[in-house]
Ligand binder design. Structure first.
Ligand code: IPE
Ligand code: IPE
Ligand code: MG
Length: 260
């Protein structure tokens, strides 16, 4: 079990984030600005996904989680939703061989019971094919909602109690092992492109101590340089996890402070 809670234990922190979670926003506005249909932005967004995953792998990031379709995105016009489904299928079919060749493990999280059988089978094949890869885990959040995740984990705990005939222990660890991304550490860095500064029901539980980075850049324009700037900003943050700055200072500085 990889899950470690940042509110229970102070996690190890490195200059390169171990896990980056991204809300890829601004596809529609990118297209509208160019007098193109909104969906043209989604198509271009796939290129940005490829560039971001490649760049993260090169930098040694271990987990990349991308919000592709939220549980609220069903509210969009039917044609846009259908286009996004088709794009998901073609992108997955086209990219899976390359992802596998590059040592990338693919996982999909979200309520995929809402997707048609063909998409579910494709997801299953892609996950199985890449299951043993260890260089980077790419998670696509599809029909994902942070509240859905918390609810389905809670339901599993309740079912476990019924099966065992007694109330199971409910604590952070027992709860979190039922979350959709129990295989990954909590994100170190959260990036949202497109200028909005909100979580939009993404990883509600797991973002407890994540560093946030917002950029006005629309997702189709997000490239290796833009990712570099986000990681650079992350490198300048002081992750205190509740402690004071002085507690984080190197030992020698601490002694100096005490002797003053
Ligand atoms: C993000 O871009 C992609 C999805 C939500 C699928 P948007 O489609 O939300 O683009 P904007 O925010 O309307 O520009
Ligand atoms: C969040 O973007 C979901 C994805 C990127 C998949 P939205 O564009 O749907 O978010 P809101 O509705 O503006 O908050
Ligand atoms: Mg949007």
């Amino acid at each position: 079990m990889t899950y470690t809670s940042s509110t229970v234990r102070v996690p190890d922190v490195a200059a390169v984030p171990r896990h980056i979670a991204i809300i890829m926003d601004g596809n529609g506005r990118w297209a509208t600005q160019r007098r193109l249909p909104r969906v043209a932005g989604h198509t271009r967004g796939v290129d940005a996904v490829r560039a971001t995953v490649e760049s993260c792998a090169r930098r040694g990031v271990e987990y990349v989680t991308l919000f592709a379709f939220s549980s609220e995105n069903w509210r969009r016009p039917t044609e846009e939703v259908s286009f996004l489904m088709r794009l998901f299928v073609t992108a997955l079919e086209r990219e899976i061989g390359k992802l596998h060749a590059n040592g990338i493990r693919l996982r999909v999280v979200g309520d995929i019971s809402m997707f048609d059988e063909r998409i579910r089978a494709l997801i299953q094949r892609a996950e199985t094919k890449t299951a043993r890869n260890t260089r980077l885990t790419l998670t696509i959040a599809a029909n994902y909602g942070g509240r859905w995740d918390i609810m389905q984990a809670t339901r599993k705990l309740a079912e476990q109690s019924v099966e065992e005939g007694q109330a199971v222990v409910v604590d952070e660890a027992s709860f979190a092992q039922h979350l959709a991304m129990a295989y990954a550490p909590e994100p170190d860095l959260f990036i949202r492109t497109g200028g909005e500064q909100r979580i939009s029901n993404f990883l509600l539980w797991q973002l407890a101590y994540t560093e946030f980075y917002f950029t006005d850049t629309y997702w189709p324009d997000f490239d290796a340089d833009a990712l570099g700037r986000a990681i650079e900003s992350y490198g300048e943050r002081e992750r205190r996890f509740g402690r004071t700055s002085a507690q984080l200072a190197p030992q020698s500085q601490k002694v100096d402070t005490l002797s003053c």
